[in-house]
Design a protein around this ligand. Structure first.
Ligand code: NAD
Length: 319
């Protein structure tokens, strides 16, 4: 590959694992991690790291120039639950950072951009089950509005300026290596930690709140696959629907009970329940499967055993 890769927001839940995967594929020196804070030891020690604010355009340009970067993954964002508490800050971060990268790509300085969207682009008027690729989108959260707007701008920059920007609407991403960053689906991670520590969990979503979810390895695979696909295969330049599984807190709890005898779940829904109610229950991702061959590997059973093992090990090392 000609030129290096820059990951902005590399220390987050997805950025950490994405950086490590890209370093494995392209070589440690080829992948520059950046964030406003330092991250996991493995990430910090395995390759170059730069402290970088995603809204600081001159600094982004300098790093791109210094390292001869040709591909940018923009993972920095304020997520759904946190954004509701700081709407303007979320809007500024989520939009400014995207414009900086799209404009640098428009100038031909970088060749390819990955920018993640989310199921939050949908809203209460969207068909809830098997939500199609193209459908009604009237998001009611600050985060959803920023992601939907971002999608429109990505498509615009592709159509008008030929910017090779690629995007996926991630569902709730579940993993154990890094803690989640303030999203509505975070319960599906917390539950494993509490199940192993206390054999009980109080969910901030209601028992029947069905949401689309995905294990981290599948999300990383999708990200790598869409970026490696030939440009002509990427026909959707806003963002692709992506799915693996869908479940409620009640279904996840009963799956955990198969492994932890006596695990108890209770429900105390908070403001995040309202966000969850505005999102789809399940996603139709046929277009991604047909266009660039997307295929998931993790179902609920595999996710549960992998999470229990992974969280279990990390709790032991903390002791
Ligand atoms: N995790 C999910 O379930 C999920 C679902 C849908 C979409 N997404 C999207 O994927 C992307 C990554 O999500 P994540 O879960 O890893 O988020 P996260 O909150 O875990 O990580 C975001 C990272 O961005 C960094 N950051 C924040 N402000 C910054 C700034 N001004 N400059 C530079 N870095 C900054 C944070 O320090 C953090 O390390 C985001 O765009 C998010 O909207 C995530």
């Amino acid at each position: 590959m000609a030129g290096r890769i820059l990951i902005i927001g590399a220390c987050g839940q997805i950025g950490t694992e994405l950086t490590l995967k890209l370093r494995e594929i392209h070589g440690n020196d080829q992948v520059i991690a950046s964030d406003i804070r330092e991250g996991a030891k493995e990430l910090m020690e395995s390759g170059p790291f730069e402290t970088l604010n995603a809204t600081d355009e001159p600094h982004i340009r300098k790093i791109i120039q210094d390292y001869e970067v040709k591909e940018v993954y923009l993972m920095a964002a304020m997520l759904s639950a946190t954004a509701e508490k700081a709407p303007m800050k979320a809007w500024d971060l989520n939009m400014d950072s995207l414009f900086h990268i799209l404009n640098i790509a428009k100038e031909g300085i970088i060749e390819k951009v990955f920018w993640p969207s989310s199921i939050a682009v949908f809203g209460p008027t969207t068909p809830k089950d098997d939500t199609p690729q193209t459908t009604i989108m009237e998001p009611t959260t600050v985060y959803g509005i920023s992601k939907q707007t971002g999608e429109r701008w990505c498509e615009y920059y592709f159509n008008k300026f030929g910017v090779d920007v690629r995007s996926i609407r991630y569902p709730g991403i579940i993993s154990y290596r890094t803690l989640p960053g303030g999203g509505t689906t975070d319960y599906a991670i917390e539950i494993f930690h509490e199940a192993l520590k206390n054999s009980s969990y109080t969910s901030f979503l209601a028992e029947d709140a069905a949401l689309p979810m995905m294990y981290m390895d599948d999300a990383i695979k999708a990200t790598v696959d869409i970026m490696e696909a030939p440009a002509e295969k990427i026909k959707v330049r806003s963002s692709y629907n992506l799915a693996a599984m869908s479940f409620t807190p009640e279904i996840l709890a009963s799956e955990i009970k198969k492994h932890i005898n006596g695990f108890k779940i209770s429900y105390d829904p908070d403001f995040r329940q309202e966000i969850a109610e505005s999102w789809p229950s399940s996603i139709d991702d046929t277009t991604a499967r047909e266009d660039w061959g997307w295929k998931h590997e993790f179902n609920l059973d595999k996710l549960t055993t992998t999470m229990l093992e992974g969280v279990g090990k990390s709790l032991k090392t903390q002791d």
